[in-house]
Design a protein around this ligand. Structure first.
Ligand SMILES: [Zn+2]
Ligand SMILES: [Zn+2]
Length: 109
């Protein structure tokens, strides 16, 4: 049995819990565009951020070759939860090209 640490719902296994955390219930894999200055541009999935960056921030897209789930950690809106849901995140990975903006506002959804 796995318990959601956000709403206390129970799930039969870790996979179901992860699905729940990613779903519209919590959107814990939400990522933010690091290059949109002045506004909070949030995407539910890393793939959505990828298409946004490739369309709007082309220079960045060239230097950033991979928008994988692991790399998505660098853009995570909820870094702690992101690391719990996505395995194989290595926070000391030297390839990380992005410096996440300071979390100045922890506003509620
Ligand atoms: Zn929950
Ligand atoms: Zn952007």
């Amino acid at each position: 049995m796995e318990k959601c640490w956000l709403c206390e719902a129970n799930f039969p296994d870790r996979k179901s819990l992860n699905v729940h955390l990613i779903s519209s219930a919590h959107r814990r894999l939400s990522v933010m565009c690091a290059w949109c200055d002045g506004k909070e541009n949030v995407y539910t999935r890393i793939a959505d951020l990828e298409s946004h960056v490739k369309k709007v921030h082309r220079k960045v897209a060239i230097s950033m070759d991979q928008f994988t789930r692991e790399n998505g950690f660098d853009f995570a809106k909820y870094p702690e939860d992101y690391a719990k849901v996505v395995e194989n995140i290595n926070p000391t990975n030297p390839r990380r090209p992005i410096k996440r903006k300071e979390e100045s506002h922890n506003k509620l959804e």
